[in-house]
Design a protein around this ligand. Structure first.
Ligand SMILES: [Zn+2]
Ligand SMILES: [Zn+2]
Length: 461
């Protein structure tokens, strides 16, 4: 069959057999961010183009080459967000959060971003980011807290050991000009060797040459003066404190003087989390302090720090290292209906499980018993029960553990609680497995696999 429509280059379909991986990562992220007191922001997918030109920087590759920009029917220039920070800063100002919320204002997002890049492994044109932004404090402890959130996410996902935190300080408007001057002098002496883009950068922003991906520029940059040697006293103290606090939290780091952010509103701490073996480039998370951004957007001078984490790369890393948990569990029960009355009984029993927060299924396609059993197997159901006229009239049915093939009897009139006491033991209700929505999660949290009985309160057969 010739497909009439295919997805645009650089995009992906996340299908039901894979979406659980995303949910798993997102659950860990949300739980971690919540634990640290960060509140979620859900912001528009597109903003006015100016916002990014200003907030991401005119001279950056992102703004110059990679944005999805179009004119809407009202003649406005609109851009699909290429990153998260500019939109968050805009929303913080527009909603007056700096005045109305307790400071520091701690927010996070999980969202898709869009960049027109060369499609390659680990590089999509629509990609997903988890990001954190913390506004209203210049204290090093806030820089470190954001890093610790990322660290914890990596730990919980099992990939921490293969990710290195690299940090640097790029100073402040007080100490950077002198450094830029030294840098300019250095690169000026080798001007002819630089790539055309870097020749332009030399005039406007020599720090960005340190960031150039061209090999010849990187070679020259390797010998360039480093910002750390030019920090003013305040910036030195700030950076020392960041290092102390990381050590206190037992978070390993290395100093990499080559990490820069070539935009004026970045100050002090910059950092990246670098993973081994993800696509062509190892950065899973990049961030830093941006004390000048809110002011640049017209607000009061407001210190801030944050980062973006690439979720595709994180997932790729977990897959490479086999760190994803076992595949998503199937339904706890597949109730097979053998007759009209049996199907009705199946729907009732399943409804009870679903009400208690446990996934359960019945047939939607009027299939034979044999085909329903096959479906139950394909779905990886933990238990099955076949309900026909005999079961309905006797009020009893045989529950089958699909893994052990063990069989036990359940009383249909007891509904879901009869099922639960058979599966989890008679104490299931008293320990809170049943009766709460999300019971399946509660059962898992108590370490009960789908076929494991509760062993609390003595002999429960
Ligand atoms: Zn400084
Ligand atoms: Zn270059």
């Amino acid at each position: 069959m010739a497909l009439k429509y295919t997805r645009p280059r650089g995009t992906q379909d996340v299908l039901p057999q894979d979406s659980w991986k995303w949910q798993y990562i997102e659950d860990v992220i949300r739980g971690t961010a919540r634990g640290y007191g960060y509140g979620e922001m859900r912001l528009p997918t597109f903003e006015s183009t100016d916002l990014f030109a200003r907030g991401v920087g005119d001279g950056t590759d992102i703004v110059a080459k990679e944005m999805y920009t179009f004119e809407d029917k009202g003649g406005r220039s609109i851009t699909l967000r290429p990153e998260g920070t500019a939109g968050v800063a805009r929303a913080v100002l527009e909603n007056g959060l700096l005045a109305s919320s307790p400071l520091p204002l701690k927010s996070y997002y999980i969202q898709s971003c869009f960049r027109y890049e060369k499609a390659q492994k680990g590089r999509l044109r629509e990609f997903h980011q988890f990001g954190i932004e913390c506004f209203g404090t210049h204290e090093p402890v806030s820089d470190v807290e954001t890093m610790l959130v990322a660290r914890d996410v990596f730990k919980k996902l099992g990939v921490n050991d293969s990710i290195t935190l690299e940090i640097n300080s790029i100073g402040c408007p007080k100490c950077r000009p002198a450094y830029n001057q030294k840098l300019r002098e250095y690169f000026e002496s080798q001007r002819e060797e630089l790539c055309p883009t870097c020749k332009q950068r030399l005039e406007k922003n020599p720090m960005r040459i340190l960031d150039c991906k061209e090999e010849k520029c990187q070679k020259i940059a390797a010998g360039a003066p480093v910002m750390l040697d030019y920090l003013c006293e305040d910036c030195t103290t700030h950076f020392e404190e960041v290092k102390n606090l990381l050590a206190e939290a037992d978070a390993a780091y290395v100093i990499n003087p080559r990490i820069v952010r070539g935009l004026d509103y970045y100050t002090n701490t910059v950092f990246e989390f670098i993973a081994e073996g993800v696509g062509t480039q190892g950065t899973v998370c990049a961030g830093g302090r941006y004390n000048g951004l809110i002011e640049q957007f017209g607000g009061q001078p407001t210190p801030a720090v944050g980062y973006g984490m690439g979720l595709e790369r994180l997932l790729m890393l977990m897959e490479e290292q086999g760190k994803l948990p076992e595949e998503k569990q199937g339904p706890l029960l597949y109730a097979v209906g053998q007759s009209e009355a049996g199907r009705k009984a199946a729907r009732l029993l399943v409804a009870g499980l679903r009400n208690a927060g446990f996934p359960a299924e019945y047939d939607l396609a009027n299939r034979s018993v044999k085909a329903q059993m096959k479906a139950a197997g394909r779905l990886n159901a933990a238990y099955t029960v076949v309900l026909g006229d005999d079961e309905v009239s006797s009020g009893k049915a045989v529950l089958k553990n699909m893994e052990t093939r063990e069989e036990s009897e359940i009383v249909l009139a007891e509904g879901a609680s009869g099922f639960f006491s058979t599966v989890y033991g008679p104490n299931a209700a008293s320990v809170g497995i049943i009766g709460t929505s999300g019971g399946y999660i509660a059962a898992q949290a108590k370490g009960l696999s789908k076929a494991e009985k509760l062993e609390t309160g003595g002999n429960n057969g």
